[in-house]
Design a protein around this ligand. Structure first.
Ligand SMILES: Nc1ncnc2c1ncn2[C@@H]1O[C@H](COP(=O)(O)OP(=O)(O)OP(=O)(O)O)[C@@H](O)[C@H]1O
Ligand SMILES: [Mg+2]
Length: 342
């Protein structure tokens, strides 16, 4: 499932059937539509639920589902209700969330999230890490907490401490390594909320490593525990940048500020001579950020050491090489943004 015209290649979602569907909605719901897209059979609606009591929200959602189910081209309906944070009594309270997302898989979100969290901790911030990739968790490996199990206290999860000053929660702390977790819809949302609403005692920031794309986890986050801001990761290739634009659009639609765009795997550092080259092109993400009016947070090179250290559970940001400095600079910018947006 993708929001924002994925599959059509036009990027702006025009002509994707959203307008036609809007006419089918009950009037009150139609007036509250923030976005409505039909992509590959999935109609995705974001509704402004400000001021509605829980029963009113449920009734509106039910009305929308009834109106759209069976409409031409609609196989599945997804509804996200956005509300004023102050009114959203269902939202867990706690640290401020910085979501790390991308449109495309494999661009290095998890690596970046782990290193950002470690760099923030090194800079003196109290930070926790949530691995929101329910199906494909990677933070236990990246932080070297594989094989450890999360516990619970008074009905809430207790994060697993790592050696890097960053406690974390990941589905990997509940299941055998490599065991597939074939959860869908509500179960995914439930799992995510438990990871977020845990004993993050004293943490001021929760870095949340999102799965790729714009699916259930993203919608649950935006609805139930809206991030203070989002960091978007992209590689320099055009296609990854196009997907990054979709991720940006998802956050923008939900009024989650985008802190900025990071270019990962920017330039290749030769492990033998240290020389840098640019197999995927250079500067694409910075130009894309400029085009989208977003801050550019910097570039992290493609360096075999980052992969090796990630696999070994010793995050690069905890070391003192040039790549650790790149992560420290990223953390400085994210930290400054948080300070400027209390
Ligand atoms: N800057 C980098 N230099 C070298 N290798 C990197 C870099 N960033 C990420 N990698 C490697 O690329 C692979 C994918 O990274 P990662 O798992 O962080 O991506 P992801 O975006 O979280 O993927 P997914 O979408 O599957 O969650 C990993 O093997 C990781 O070690
Ligand atoms: Mg990942």
């Amino acid at each position: 499932m993708t929001i924002g015209g994925a599959g059509t290649g036009d990027g702006d979602g025009a002509g994707d059937g959203g307008e036609g569907l809007k006419a089918l909605l009950p009037q009150e719901a139609a007036q509250r539509v923030q976005s409505l897209r039909l992509v590959e059979g999935t109609a995705t609606l974001v509704l402004d639920a400000s001021g509605l009591p829980p029963a009113g929200r449920a009734a509106m959602e039910a009305g929308v589902r009834t109106a759209l189910q069976g409409a031409p081209g609609v196989v599945q309906v997804r509804v996200a209700m956005m509300a004023d944070k102050a009114l959203d009594t269902g939202a867990p309270k706690g640290p401020r969330i910085v979501a790390v997302g991308s449109g495309k898989g494999g661009v290095g979100k998890s690596t970046l999230a782990a290193n950002l969290a470690v760099a923030l901790a090194r800079a003196g911030r109290r930070v926790g890490l949530v691995d929101a990739d329910i199906h494909g968790p990677s933070q236990a490996r990246l932080l070297g907490t594989e094989g450890r199990r999360a516990t619970a206290h008074e009905g809430k999860l207790v994060p697993v401490e790592s050696r890097w000053g960053v406690p974390a929660l990941s589905m990997a702390h509940f299941s055998q390594t490599g065991q597939a977790i074939a959860w869908r819809g509500p179960k995914i949302s439930g799992a995510l909320l438990q990871l977020v609403d845990a004993h993050w005692d004293g943490a001021e920031v929760l870095v949340v490593d999102l799965p790729p794309g714009t699916g259930d986890v993203q919608l649950t986050m935006l609805q139930r525990c809206p991030p203070a801001g989002a960091v978007i990761v992209s590689t320099p290739q055009d296609l990854a940048l196009l997907d990054a634009a979709r991720a940006v659009e998802l956050f923008a639609q939900s009024k989650v500020p985008v802190i900025g765009l990071v270019e990962n795997m920017a330039g290749y550092v030769c492990p033998h001579c240290g020389e840098r080259s640019d197999p995927f092109g250079a500067g694409g993400a910075e130009a894309a950020a400029r085009d989208m009016g977003l801050p550019f947070l910097g570039r992290i090179p493609l360096d075999i050491a980052i992969r090796r250290e990630g696999d070994a559970g010793t995050p690069t940001a905890a070391g003192d090489g040039p790549q650790a400095a790149a992560f420290a600079e990223l953390a400085r910018q994210v930290g400054r943004w948080l300070d400027e947006h209390p």
